[in-house]
Ligand binder design. Sequence first.
Ligand code: GDP
Ligand code: MG
Length: 322
Amino acid sequence: MKPQKTKAPVISEKSTRIVILIPCLNEIQSIGKVIRDFKQALPEAEIIVFDNGSDDGTPQMAEKSGARVLTERRRGKGYVIQSMFQRVEADVYVMVDGDDTYPADRVRALIDPVIKDEADMVIGSRMSNLSRSQFNFLNRVGNVFFLQLINLIFHTHLTDILSGYRAMNQRIVRGLPLFEKGFAIEAELTMKSLERGYRLAEIPVNLKTRAEGSHSKIRILSDGMRILTTILALFRDYKPLTFFGSIGLFFILLGLIPGLRAVIGYWQTGLVQYFPSAILAVGLVLTGLLSITAGLILHTIDRRFNELEHFIQVVRARPHDR
Ligand SMILES: Nc1nc2c(ncn2[C@@H]2O[C@H](COP(=O)(O)OP(=O)(O)O)[C@@H](O)[C@H]2O)c(=O)[nH]1
Ligand SMILES: [Mg+2]
């Protein structure tokens, strides 16, 4: 659904409230440097660390380095990002990991298209042709797989959908309903932005390896599965006709195999020889038709929901209109 474009005022440099939001869980080795680097790269921005029950002194180090520290009790990067969007008021939101793997010196290039109102979200892409990123092998394979999946679903040409380095304007931060609790939050953020027609842009960044002694919190297999199920669930919810339609088509094509066998048998002998094949064929084709029907019904409901969401956006944008 294309949200009613309420022309946001061009944000002038001077009055722009920019915040750097850093989700952190036990990042004592790197958080001090991250805060210093961003203070240097973007002195006019406020830096807020969202801590999630670190027990290694991260919040104290963050405060000592000049950041504001807020706490989110529910464990999980997704909960923290949701909390950031709900609790912080600003014009430009930058989110960056606290493990010093993203380059602070690219932050101006990241926020520029947002400030010029050329994009609603700018993603710091670790996998563009111009990026020289240090990924561990499994992480890169997972990222490329999920990237291809989302580009296939939305016919887009993004180069990185799971990057933790992004700049966003208030419209997208206020306009997106986010529910993911863990590392699938970036996939949800990207897919829901694409589905709602927000303007996405990318700039190349080089991902660095973590500081000595600091460890990634991601569990490749379980978080990877979580990201995959999230992508498939959002595909089902936002593209029901494509999702259930392709499943339906698959079953109908599958039913053709035993079906043809039964039909050819009947043709040749005038008798229904292959009963099991005939029954299997009917079963498969009916399942296919059922799935397509479900897709059509959900597609219709989805369109009406889009209209509802459109009016909610309009009312929110112009609450006093009668
Ligand atoms: N507050 C909070 N931050 C988290 C949590 N899990 C990860 N993070 C932070 O999210 C960022 C990315 O996590 P990381 O482990 O580096 O994942 P990776 O970059 O995908 O390997 C880091 O700054 C982590 O400290 C969590 O449960 N709560
Ligand atoms: Mg990391």
